[in-house]
Design a binder for this molecule. Structure first.
Ligand SMILES: Cc1cc2nc3c(=O)[nH]c(=O)nc-3n(C[C@H](O)[C@H](O)[C@H](O)COP(=O)(O)OP(=O)(O)OC[C@H]3O[C@@H](n4cnc5c(N)ncnc54)[C@H](O)[C@@H]3O)c2cc1C
Ligand code: SF4
Length: 490
């Protein structure tokens, strides 16, 4: 344990965000640097609990009290080695994870939890700066070939684990760049792409071959994977967006969030994106439907475009400011959160439902809404309209950010004939094996829409199973065997 009295002496402290008037004019990360001395004090707050409940919040099995203590003691090199034992990409989770570990930190029972996520990103950023993160190519090759389809965090984690185990790994990605939602979903103001690129550089040096611009099932028959590779890992994500099939949906200016975020990320990367009036929010009245991560990313983006106004709608009621008796520690806390994008402006509307889009000359001009009340009937939530609550909102651009309903079936999945579960995700067993021999799966494609931390855990687990399948046994870790994690969004 760091400092026995640390949690009494030091309050929880996080880095400040750059001033709003400054940051809405660029796409750089919003946080100011956090000095090592402050991070050490935060590490000192950890009580090294006999039963570290933070562990049960983390699907990766991160050894949190160990590296909290190492940071407090200025042992940064040991801290990154400990962190890399369980997490291939702490720079992604340290920036982007909602931190279920912090929701289950014992300090959180009657105080503020340890700033676990900040300590994580502090360790890995320093490790990169110091040159401690180097390629770790295998000493010998097994001669086995593995194809990974999809280059999001699940595919990348699986690929890195398998390459380090000595297998020849090729990652296929249909987009023009590698990274999955880390590349074209998450905006640079949450994670600059240099952070992704340097990790991809390490993986290439370890022997991973990336093939971008190859849509398996379209550009290359899916069956070819089976004839050309000894094992396959499907990590194609849950890319089918949930739609809103109400009157007026076909009007111009109403689009799924990813159709808006992808070209925006390409623009920031310096690509020439075909300009369309729907793909930019300047001077527009914007409505974002959906209050999750995707909605917040749209919100931050339209602020930066210079929109005239923005409303974010959510059908459920506003969460409480603090935990309720039905949502006790160490569960994921369903409380009202203010992300950097929310801090920058816009109006958040809760308990509101969309009735009809109205337009002129084929373009959306407004939205008709109604207030709803959530009632629970037979254990299931139901939304009942509040009489007399109809309201019309002006809208030139509507972004649908209501989540994802599962993987796309035409193309690769249909050609391979893998079985799906009742939710429409690729069915897998505890080893992440699909119904088809040699084919494994990981991440959102089998789990449904989830989180980066889960995708990495899934990818690591699938890699261990594939290694075992190819070699008869494996020393790679199987994080999902711990059965930990509260699956807050799964
Ligand atoms: C806008 C947005 C913001 C988010 N923000 C956060 C956040 O802040 N924190 C967090 O923890 N989670 C966040 N999430 C969720 C998180 O990004 C996902 O859970 C995670 O990326 C899933 O990883 P994955 O590897 O399973 O799939 P993905 O990242 O979706 O990657 C799948 C890849 O497979 C490719 N692919 C699919 N089919 C084929 C094919 N046939 N051939 C070749 N390639 C194919 C796709 O093009 C895609 O690049 C966010 C999601 C979205 C949409
Ligand atoms: S639960 Fe919190 S205080 Fe306890 S070991 Fe984990 S991070 Fe430290």
């Amino acid at each position: 344990m760091g400092k026995p009295s640390g949690f009494i002496e030091f309050p929880r402290e996080l880095p400040t965000r750059r001033p709003i008037p400054e940051r809405v004019h660029d796409y750089l990360e919003v946080y100011n640097p956090f000095p090592d001395e402050k991070l050490k004090a935060q590490g000192a707050r950890c009580m090294d609990c006999g039963i570290p409940f933070c562990h049960q919040g983390c699907p990766l099995g991160n050894l949190i009290p160990d590296w909290n203590d190492l940071v407090y003691r200025d042992q940064w090199r040991m801290a990154i080695d400990r962190l890399h034992e369980t997490n291939n990409f702490p720079e992604f989770t340290g920036r982007l994870c909602p931190a279920p570990c912090e929701a289950s930190c014992v300090l959180g029972i009657n105080s503020d939890p340890v700033t676990i996520k900040q300590i994580e990103v502090g360790i890995i950023d320093r490790a990169w700066d110091e040159g401690w993160v180097q390629p770790e190519p295998p000493k010998t090759l097994t001669g086995k070939k593995v194809a990974v389809v999809g280059s999001g965090p699940a595919g990348l984690a699986a690929a890195q684990q398998l390459a380090r185990a000595g297998h020849s790994v090729t990652v296929f990605e249909r987009a023009d760049r590698i990274g999955g939602l880390l590349r074209y979903g998450i905006p640079d103001f949450k994670m600059e792409k240099r952070v992704l690129d340097r990790r991809l550089g390490q993986m290439e040096a370890e022997g991973v071959v990336f093939k971008a611009g190859v849509n398996i099932g379209v550009d290359m028959p899916a069956e070819a994977l089976l004839s050309e590779f000894d094992a396959v890992c499907l990590c194609g994500g849950a890319t089918q967006a949930r739609d809103l099939p109400i009157e007026g949906r076909a009007l111009g200016g109403i689009l799924p969030a990813m159709d808006f975020l992808t070209p925006q990320n390409q623009r920031v990367a310096g690509d020439a994106v075909p300009e369309s009036p729907h793909l930019h929010a300047k001077d527009k009245h914007v409505i974002i439907i959906g209050g999750g991560d995707t909605g917040a990313d749209c919100l931050g983006t339209v602020h930066r475009h210079g929109c005239a106004s923005v409303h974010q709608f959510e059908i459920v009621p506003r969460p409480p400011d603090t935990r309720t008796p039905t949502n006790p520690w160490p569960q994921w806390s369903n409380v009202f959160r203010v992300s950097a994008a929310h801090e920058e402006g816009g109006v958040r509307e809760y308990a509101i439902n969309t009735k009809r889009f109205v337009g002129e000359n084929g373009r959306v001009t407004s939205l008709e809404t109604v207030r709803v009340e959530m009632v629970v009937e037979n254990g299931r939530p139901k939304f009942v309209e509040v009489p007399g609550s109809a309201k019309v909102y002006q809208a030139d651009l509507v972004l649908l950010a209501m989540g994802f309903v599962g993987p796309e079936r035409p193309g690769m999945l249909e050609q391979l004939g893998v079985a799906l579960d009742p939710m429409g995700n690729v069915k897998s067993d505890a080893d992440r094996r699909t119904s088809v021999d040699k084919i494994f799966t990981a991440g959102d494609m089998t789990r449904g829409q989830s989180l980066i931390v889960w995708a990495i855990a899934e990818g690591r687990h699938a890699a261990a199973s594939i290694d075992s399948f190819l070699m008869g046994s494996s020393d790679l870790p199987r994080p999902l065997d711990h059965g930990n994690g509260l699956r807050p969004f799964a």
